[in-house]
Design a protein around this ligand. Structure first.
Ligand SMILES: *[C@@H]1O[C@H](CO)[C@@H](O)[C@H](O)[C@H]1NC(C)=O
Ligand SMILES: *[C@@H]1O[C@H](CO)[C@@H](O)[C@H](O)[C@H]1NC(C)=O
Ligand SMILES: CC(=O)N[C@H]1CO[C@H](CO)[C@@H](O)[C@@H]1O
Length: 336
């Protein structure tokens, strides 16, 4: 029996909890923050393309905080499915109380690129798995709407302190718990490729829609395809190549056409509209940092990155995280 903790109970996290809870191999604990009272009272209500209608799903253990979860440990797996915003809080610090050195495997079901390093640095004796999730699932007050098959690619962020086979075995055991006849969860030998591939969309269309305030359909109709999106995608290709990943040329077209027929608002745009933080650092910031490190020119991505950083600061001010002086500081310099 594997003890598994899920930290982050949004649309992705709850469906992961549900899949793992179906397995006789897993005992699942979920950290639930804002929906805690509702879940205690009536569980989750789920409408799922994979599982149908579930009136009441209550995870085996529900706790309010990560530190409270420790009493159901020690955990074999800690699945991190929170939003990934290291400029707001660091997820590697969040799970400190529930990661047992050299025992717990950490599973990152999160967006972005090069997100494994901070975990391996902090937990050098632990295995860190890379999960790239393709799922459309939202959680609105413990009502889950899940509309496209849960497809989860699992590999590992190579930890040089640990034998390759052990990292692979840990991935396989996790897949064994997660996979069932309804969802699709598979071992991905080249999960870095899968992450970079997803980024062709997420580092370009997603932020450009967020910055312009239009959905992907309007962005195309208003002329953004070639002037903005393709140009930015070209830079993602070059940065990926410098990181050892060669993306096939058709990926750009596939991504541009992926929401054909719908005026689809990507998640970053939705977050900005709602006044939420965006995953700017792991999606665009890390891409720009890889470009810099490898000497790759990425002027569009840098511009997008710095514009998004300003937007993020604006959100921080609105949420009261940044408090500005009433009067603008005076930097007036003396003219000779
Ligand atoms: C995948 O990328 C990570 C950095 O995110 C790197 O440490 C690792 O060596 C890469 N793995 C392969 C197989 O290229
Ligand atoms: C945008 O790109 C897609 C994918 O290549 C293509 O099908 C579509 O015709 C393009 N739209 C415009 C207005 O160029
Ligand atoms: C946070 C984020 O950028 N999510 C988007 C990543 O890309 C997929 C499509 O590949 C979108 O559906 C997500 O909204």
């Amino acid at each position: 029996m594997y003890k598994i903790l899920i930290v982050g109970s949004g649309g992705v996290g709850v469906m992961a909890a549900y899949a793992l809870d179906l397995s006789p191999l897993a005992e699942v604990t979920v950290v639930v923050r804002s929906d805690y009272d509702i879940v205690q009272e009536r569980g989750y209500k789920i409408e799922s393309v994979d599982y149908g209608k579930i009136e009441k799903y209550t995870p085996s253990h529900v706790v309010k905080t990560v530190s409270e979860a420790a009493k159901f440990g020690p955990f074999d797996y800690v699945v991190v499915s929170t939003k990934n915003t290291p400029d707001i809080f660091k997820t590697e610090d969040l799970v400190d109380a529930v990661v047992t050195p050299e025992k717990t495997t950490i599973v990152l079901l999160q967006n972005g690129i090069h997100i494994g390093e901070p975990f391996i640095e902090k937990y050098p004796g632990n295995i860190v798995l890379s999960g790239v999730s393709m799922i459309s699932s939202t959680n609105y007050n413990a009502d889950i709407t899940h509309t496209s098959q849960d497809s989860l690619a699992i590999g590992y962020f190579n930890n040089e302190n640990i034998a390759t086979q052990a990292q692979k075995d840990s991935a396989m055991s996790f897949i064994e718990c997660y996979h069932n006849g309804k969802n699709h969860c598979y071992y991905d030998e080249n999960v870095n490729f899968t992450r970079w591939r997803k980024l062709v969309y997420n580092a370009t269309l997603n932020p450009i829609c967020a910055l312009t305030g239009v959905d992907v359909g309007r962005l195309e109709i208003f002329g953004g395809n070639d002037t903005l999106v393709r140009a930015a995608m070209k830079e993602v290709y070059a940065v990926a190549a410098s990181d050892g990943v060669d993306l096939p040329t058709e990926v750009a077209d596939i991504m541009l056409a992926s929401d054909d027929g719908v005026y689809y608002a990507p998640s970053m745009l939705v977050d900005i509209i709602k006044g939420n933080y965006i995953e700017v650092e792991v999606i665009v910031g890390n891409t720009v940092r890889v470009a810099q490190k490898n000497g790759v020119e990425a002027p569009m991505l840098s511009l997008i990155y710095h514009l998004l950083q300003v937007v993020q600061k604006k959100t921080m001010e609105l949420k009261g995280r940044i408090v500005l002086p009433e009067q603008r500081p005076d930097h007036s310099f003396k003219l000779e």
